[in-house]
Design a protein around this ligand. Structure first.
Ligand SMILES: O=C(O)CCC(=O)C(=O)O
Length: 266
């Protein structure tokens, strides 16, 4: 297991933003690109506020704390596919900003440079509210290709919706793990969402390394559909972690169902 104290920071690629060839070289070498402050910070924080309003109405937040602090009330913890979670999540998935933000010029422009063509942003946008005190319901190691299918040349952009120190449980990527292609996933009994993943015995071990950083609003990670990644557990005991995953590929290439459906068909 990756502990927050042992994880290697992600390499930043802001220096190559205007240089598509370097972006592609790094992406094909490492399986990911990490950018500080590339995502539209004000819109990211606006979406955080809108999601937290729903969390507050559901009683998940400490009413005495500042809304944007996302301080947990102690109700739950809940995870995706549990009824109280899905009642809130249905509202999140229908927020206009939740559906518009993934097509922000900052993301689309980046993906155009990387893909070198017209970009298709998948209709399936995924939002995550990760509770503390729920380590077993942490996103396990997996490759998005298992869930997305279509062309392997599909990329996820993971965006933290707020300050995300390591102990809040942000994303970790296994650098270099995309090189071996798709790996057979197994079902994890007891996992309430993202139930298919990769145990230690199925992960590549040569020339790979878990990487994660403390994230700020506006940061984002781009990774290949074969790059193994996972969440780190939210061990704060006190705060909710919010984030979003969006997928991009070249227009005209093979698509799987995720390109055309909303998450859970909500
Ligand atoms: O944020 C998470 O917990 C997991 C995100 C993820 O697995 C993804 O972006 O594909």
């Amino acid at each position: 297991m990756t502990t927050t104290s042992s994880v290697t920071p992600l390499a930043e690629s802001n220096d190559a933003l205007a240089d598509p060839a370097t972006l592609r070289t790094r992406l094909s070498r490492d399986g990911y690109l990490f950018f500080r402050g590339l995502a539209p910070r004000a819109r990211v924080l606006d979406l955080r506020r809108q999601i937290l309003e729903f969390c507050k109405e559901a009683g998940w937040l400490d009413a005495k704390a500042d809304l944007m602090d996302a301080r947990w009330s102690g109700v739950g913890p809940y995870a995706e596919n549990e009824a109280p979670y899905m009642q809130v999540y249905r509202r999140i998935v229908h927020l206009p900003l939740f559906n518009d933000l993934p097509r922000d010029p900052a993301y689309m422009g980046l993906m155009e440079r990387i893909l070198g063509g017209t970009v298709l942003n998948h209709r399936m946008h995924i939002g995550r509210v990760s509770f503390p005190n729920n380590p077993l319901q942490t996103t396990p190691p997996h490759q998005d290709f298992h869930y997305i299918a279509g062309t392997p040349e599909t990329y996820t952009i993971w965006t933290p919706l707020g300050e995300t120190p390591l102990d809040l449980g942000g994303l970790a990527v296994l650098r270099g793990s995309h090189r071996g292609g798709y790996l057979e996933h197994v079902e994890f009994p007891g996992q309430k969402y993202a139930a298919f993943g990769l145990g230690d015995d199925r992960l590549p071990h040569d020339d790979v390394e878990w990487r994660a950083s403390a994230y700020h609003p506006g940061d984002c990670i781009v990774f290949h559909s074969h790059t193994v990644h996972k969440a780190m557990p939210n061990v704060t005991g006190t705060h909710l972690r919010l984030s979003m995953d969006n997928r991009y590929q070249r227009q005209g290439e093979a698509t799987g169902p995720a390109a055309h459906r909303t998450h859970h068909d909500l």
